[in-house]
Ligand binder design. Structure first.
Ligand code: T46
Length: 143
């Protein structure tokens, strides 16, 4: 997997251990595994295959996104470069730490998208207009 086109976006290996009785256990910790403190966890469920969500960016929020069940494609752009990341393993996550426009596609019914976020919910941190995002990141002039 190659990353690098998008500044502030990177794959993270989530620690995953086999457990004695059955199965595997995954875990991560603030600071030890990801470079921000987690203030909020949310997760998206009950979404049919083929659904797009997202269409926004965050001004300040940092997030670790992962999909412990199913498959979700993240289509990300910084306003210039576009990259797609498929989240389909419980031990693979994407950290987004700079303003990045995101669209998410559900590839499998009922895939669970989980997010560990650096801050509480703040409606003012969202940019939901693509042109305003381009101005915010400086790829377009505000005229
Ligand atoms: C993101 C992607 C990956 C809350 O009230 N509290 C919360 O913590 C969150 C995350 C959402 N909401 C409300 C706001 C909306 O009325 O839940 C509703 C659905 O949120 P939204 O349309 O933003 O959902 P997505 O799937 O487009 O985006 C979500 C997150 O909002 C966003 O931060 O990065 O997942």
């Amino acid at each position: 997997m190659m990353t690098g086109k998008l500044d502030g976006v990177k794959w993270v290996d989530i620690k995953s251990i086999p457990t004695e009785n059955a199965g595997r256990l995954q875990f991560f910790e603030s600071r030890n595994d990801i470079d921000f403190d987690i203030k909020r966890i949310y997760y998206i469920t009950d979404v049919p295959k083929g659904t797009w969500r997202g269409a926004h960016a965050h001004k300040e929020l940092k997030q670790l996104l992962f999909c412990p069940y199913g498959s979700v494609t993240l289509k990300l752009t910084d306003g210039t470069n576009v990259e797609e990341f498929v989240l389909d393993k419980p031990n693979k996550g994407i950290v987004i730490s700079k303003p990045t426009w995101r669209d998410m596609l559900w590839n499998v019914d009922n895939s669970v998208l989980c997010v560990a976020a650096s801050d509480y919910y703040d409606v003012d941190d969202y940019i939901r207009d693509y042109e305003k995002f381009e101005i915010f990141v400086g790829v377009k002039k505000n005229d």
